[in-house]
Design a protein around this ligand. Sequence first.
Ligand SMILES: [Zn+2]
Length: 372
Amino acid sequence: MVPMDVDQPKQEAWRNWKCFTIKIKKEELPLLNQRLKLYGYNTMTELTRDFILCKFPIVTEDRQIQALQGNQQANGLSTALAVNCPFEPSFYKDTNLEDMLNYLLNIRKLQEHNARSLVSYFRRFSDIFFGRDPTEISKLTPHKRMWVMQSMRQFGNYYFYKTNNPDCKELIEKIISRFGLNVGWDRQKRIYIVDGNFVEVKLKALLKVEGEIGLTIRIGLFTGLREDEIVYAHDMETCNNNSGCSCEKLHVVNKANGLTVVLINWIRGHKKCYFTIVPTGLWHQFREQLVFTDTDIDTAHKMTKKFGIKYMDLRKIHYNVMCKVMPENEADILVGRAKSVAARHYAIYEIDNMAEKYKEAWQKYNVNIHGQ
Ligand SMILES: [Zn+2]
């Protein structure tokens, strides 16, 4: 097309209009008219208007995905397009959620509640995720964000499975990175386990281990402590004075619900350990062990490796279990990743509440803490 400037200063209204001429061969004119009629147009102007308004041609799913992908690459373009053009991606809207659920259950072999949660997150957040402002999602807590990202990625897998079109998966990754939906996640990634199934399957296997090795595994799992903290918690003397004592020994408080709170307060550099919650029976068994050293942890590590996880991963599993019931900041305190001011506040004022949540979290995974 050759743009031709026909700015006519006399007619104010025409100032902002541009005229284009198209050159075609004379014998092509009947064909052009025929094709225009075929698509319901009388003039090229009508066609062009609909073309600009995204009414013609109908944007297929493939094209929608391509267009969105383009937007993710070209900075700033997505807003301009979104404002001027009524193009609304619909490729994900037609998703049969029941079918997606079946895919997650039968093809991906996810466990039922996990699969249902993913579908539900997809249902609730897909409009925002594929919409004009996905940054809304970054306002969610990291835990929810993790679920949203995971649900979108699973949708990408499902879409690929149904259509054999890999572009959707690519688009999802682009949206995630373009809008920084995984920002603040790097810190979390070390401790979060993305696959919810993983926790449940591993827990079952780990809790079957008996004897001393089983005890070492359980102490790691139920305290969420770091390896050196576990050894420290075994060896350190306990103080008998529980009323606001600030000595360096451990301060142990037994709670009525079968749980024990151990105030450890061991801080070295960025590694902090304030207190831990542990089933009382397990705590006694652990302290009754005459010797507990790194060697015990190494032995347990060899066992957990058989289930495909490192001993230090037990801490991650613990964190994931806690996050099922506790808000993030509370779980952070338990694994020593919070500010000490916050930890002190919780240790003093919220400890009973936290102990209740601790119990509830394990129950969600069908783990009876009294049997440990
Ligand atoms: Zn003391």
